[in-house]
Design a protein around this ligand. Sequence first.
Ligand code: NAD
Length: 481
Amino acid sequence: MEQIHNFINGEFSLPDSNKYIKVIEPATGAPYAKVPDSNNKDVDQAVNSASKAFTSWSKTTVQNRSSILHQIANGIDAHSDKLAEIESRDTGKPISLSKSVDIPRAAENFRFFAEHILTFDFENVLDGHGSINKIVRNPIGVVGCISPWNLPLYLFTWKIAPAIASGNCVIGKPSELAPYTAYELGKICNSAGLPKGVLNIVHGFGKNTGEAITNHPMIKAISFTGGTVTGKEINHIASKNLKKVSLEMGGKNPTIIFADCDFHKMLDTTIKSSFSNQGAICLCGSRILIEEPIYKKFRAAFVKRVRELEIGDPVNNSTELGALISKSHLEKVYGYIKIAKKEGATILTGGNKILFSGRLKGGYFMEPTVIEGLDKNCRTNQEEIFGPIVTLIPFSSEHEAINIANATDYGLAASIWSKDLDRASRIAGEIDFGIVWLNCWMVRDLRTPFGGTKKSGLGREGGDAGLEFFTELKNICMTDV
Ligand code: NAD
């Protein structure tokens, strides 16, 4: 059994409680590592180390911080093959995905903020109206970064990079289900010359370690990505201490397809937007809305392509769908098949768990599933499933498409497929989502704001928004002497 350690004050340590959580390989169902279940004392220790480090880190120049962030990015690149293998083993995602998306993006997160802080306005001067005002953005202090299992290193670094780039010190908590690449990140940060205590990584269950972070009086802000129920709990606790929060939460995203779209490009991308990472990317489109004239054509072509997807061992380069993260998540996702059937659904393809033999015998696999025949307001079309299940919904007018798209409590992302850009832009303006892609999906310019409306989010990450969250404004006003 491999042992994962906490990373506190630049050193690797075991938890105060001596309690551990088994880390399971989703593709096999077998445990292969144990990760600390840390308590208040571990979090206290991490906060003390971060507070000490903040005294000097907050005073370093942006050039100095930029150079260290570049070194961390280079360190991730240098270990990219190993990190991709670990990420795939930890999550069950295909190795091709962790190699092409997760790990390169983790490096890019550090590289992007290394550059972005060089041009960001940490200081502005307003001269006029009888006074001179210097407006400065200072780091907040010690901040908490809590991340989920679906894109572990990608999302963990998406928070840590802007936090330390703007001069804060971090208490990070990765998901207990996929903690290994975060453990490796500690080693990379030491080699990159990140001063001790600037980044501390404390592992454990959300209820123990996560709540200890959210409750800690010296932690000034929480950046969280995960489920909406957890986000609400964090918001509740954080508000008692008037902590700043940024919450990136669940989604029930629509893909809106018009008859005049580029059918082949749309079909290729919609396969990806539906089933990448086994459908467990917060940006995946789980409700596919299709204009009636091409409904039958789309359904036939889409179902054919879904049946051709290669499901299997995440270590194989050709695998397109791997395992689901855990047994309980598999049961939750599979439970929606039963719910959908009760709601009157027709299962066009999929709908079953997959039992492999050999190495994958105990793994958590499920067929990619396409469903039709459900009302927009039923549970299957309302609740976040976060697995390889999509529903098809026909529509006959622009107005109806907008109504169906907006008929959800979530508001993270949407895609619109149409060659009529006036119409696509008009709809983008009418639907209530934080990110709208026209004729594409998951194209990311890291300067742009990222986040959702309604139950999907509070606040934005990325670019200036990320640095603004991790800084506090101060105005220094003077008149002539
Ligand atoms: P989760 O909410 O169960 O856990 C997320 C993190 O929060 C984990 O590190 C967990 O240990 C911790 N946590 C759990 N309970 C806590 C508590 N009471 N206090 C503090 N921390 C706690 O989510 P998950 O199952 O890991 O991830 C899946 C969810 O994440 C989905 O809903 C998905 O949509 C969402 N997600 C959103 C985005 C986005 O950008 N909006 C991106 C990825 C995933």
